[in-house]
Write a protein of this length. Sequence first.
Length: 389
Amino acid sequence: MHVLIAPNAFKNSLTADEAAAAIRRGLSRSRLTATAECFPVGDGGDGTGDLLIQRLKGERISAKARDPLDRTIDTYFGLIEPSSTAIPTPPAIPTPATAIIEMANASGLRLLDRKELNPLHASSAGTGDLIRAALDHNAKRIIIGMGGSATVDGGTGILRALGARFLNSDGQPLNDLPANLPDLASIDLSGLDPRLASSELIVLCDVTNPLTGPRGAAAVFGPQKGADPAAVRHLESGLKKFAEVIFGQTGLDLAAIPRTSTAGGAAAALYGLLHASLVSGIDYFLDITGFDTALDRSNWVITGEGRIDEQTLQGKGPCGVARGAKRKGIPVIGLTGRLPPKVSLGLRECFDMLLPINPEPLELAEALRLTAFNLERTAVQLGDWLAGR
């Protein structure tokens, strides 16, 4: 028997690598006699970039960038040279040099203290700095994992860092964005970095939500980034104006495009003004890293993340893993910190078994602290069950 261990990150507790290692330790302590392979996955969320750099044998390139509050920090992006033997054949990555950017490395929540969270003034400019640095290294394809951002600025910071200007009705630049985004009248792209025209941008999205409305960037993700109800309303107003101006200049109706809410609407800016492709992060990750080949040698698949619920079915890592396995007739077990009280038909169709790892209800802080322990413990029990089949 060969078991493929392919978890997503367990948010705020374990990276995908750490989760996979905990599951493997548990299986090794069980009665199961089997080989096991760790294949941690990312769906565009925080950590996906690092996994891609690792899987594709890329090089970390040091760079300076601005954090969400405009402070200069030391960070990095990944670079895969054209000669790399790790690069799969098209349509994954063709011959030009490819950069892999983790938005959270420059514009992430993890860079701020909780008291610093303020999405009315947090900027995605640092991610624009990393895109420019990638262009300086002759990257022609730029893959961006957008999870974990601290921003709801519609990607205006990224675009300003690349030379765009956001103007009011008097033709004057709007500098405090996204706070002043409701005053937007036009977008001047004449100063945009010309190298973007010959580059391909691919945005890995872990959500399918639209830009605005009750499922949009401000309403759903604003509170997670520190927005109170008044700030959510203000951010929503700015994003609606942003979409209106882009529609007027390009004819693109961003309100009708899924995934544009990713990273506080940054996906909308890159799609609407830089012609980026918005793709399912997990599907792209699995394609580019050769997951199908790993499935071909597997009898069981174990996946998981901190919470498995209806949102898991909307482009999250465990669901992508499960669907890939199901296409090959391989049974899938999902491990999670929290399950909904009633497991839906959609989840039952996706997973052959869903196991909560916590033995009893726990306070969130305690559950996060014990994630590795409980994941390993559950894997021991799972291995014993598999051994008895």
